[in-house]
Design a protein around this ligand. Structure first.
Ligand SMILES: O=C(O)C(=O)C[C@H](O)[C@H](O)COP(=O)(O)O
Length: 209
């Protein structure tokens, strides 16, 4: 149940979305769905993120709703209570991972080293977020990890764009990528939902493994 492998195959891109005003949350989620992206990772970087999660959970049932930036067990619990259907963390600690695994929803833990990959694998999880993908080594690093550890599927995130995504998606151990480029702050603040629809369409057209 905790393994997030299925989550990685919804869309070639998981949009990593930060929303400052919960009044925008539903429209952002609907624009992503309209553009063909049926998944969202909403970061817990703003004070009102839980309210945004609740609104999307209640009003956009056709999007798979994830909570990102999970740093503590309390945040993980709050996100699940608000309606999150999967959890994403930028990195892992033994206690955070242990706690998230008890919550009975898919968990996508962040890793950036071979030792971290092995530690998460010990818990039976084969789907992981590779973060921060660009600075941590990019496609070359993931290709190298794939040789000794082919069982793990990654969602690289951090520094990826529409133009660099194909380099990652071409790898056999990359199921999808994550990125914030689908929902620019300027588009959200100016209520330019059609721009988000177009960016989502571009992302959805990337090859899905
Ligand atoms: O907030 C989190 O939990 C994160 O892990 C960070 C995000 O995934 C990256 O900030 C997205 O990276 P960009 O696409 O380069 O903007």
């Amino acid at each position: 149940m905790a393994d997030a492998s299925k989550v990685l195959h919804i869309s070639p891109v998981i949009p990593v979305v930060t929303i400052a005003d919960p009044q925008h949350a539903v429209q952002v989620a609907r624009a992503l769905v309209e553009g063909g992206v049926g998944i969202i990772e909403l970061t817990l970087r703003t004070d009102s993120a839980l309210e945004s999660l609740k609104r999307i959970a209640n009003e956009v049932p056709d999007i798979l709703l994830g909570a990102g930036t999970i740093l503590t067990p309390a945040q993980a619990e709050d996100a699940v209570s608000a309606g999150a259907q999967f959890l994403v963390s930028p990195g892992v600690t033994p206690s955070l991972l242990q706690h998230m695994l008890q919550l009975d929803i898919p968990v996508l833990p962040g890793v950036a080293s071979v030792g971290e990959v092995m530690a998460v694998l010990e818990h039976g999880l084969t789907a992981m977020k590779f973060f921060p993908a660009g600075p941590a080594g990019g496609p070359e690093y993931l290709a190298a990890i794939g040789a000794p550890i082919p069982a793990v599927q990654f969602c690289p995130t951090g520094g990826i764009s529409l133009s660099s995504a194909p380099d990652y998606l071409a790898l056999p151990n990359v199921a999808c990528v994550g990125g914030s480029w689908l929902t620019p702050r300027s588009a959200i603040e100016s209520h330019d939902w059609q721009h988000i629809v177009k960016l989502a369409q571009g992302a959805a057209a990337l090859r899905l493994e």
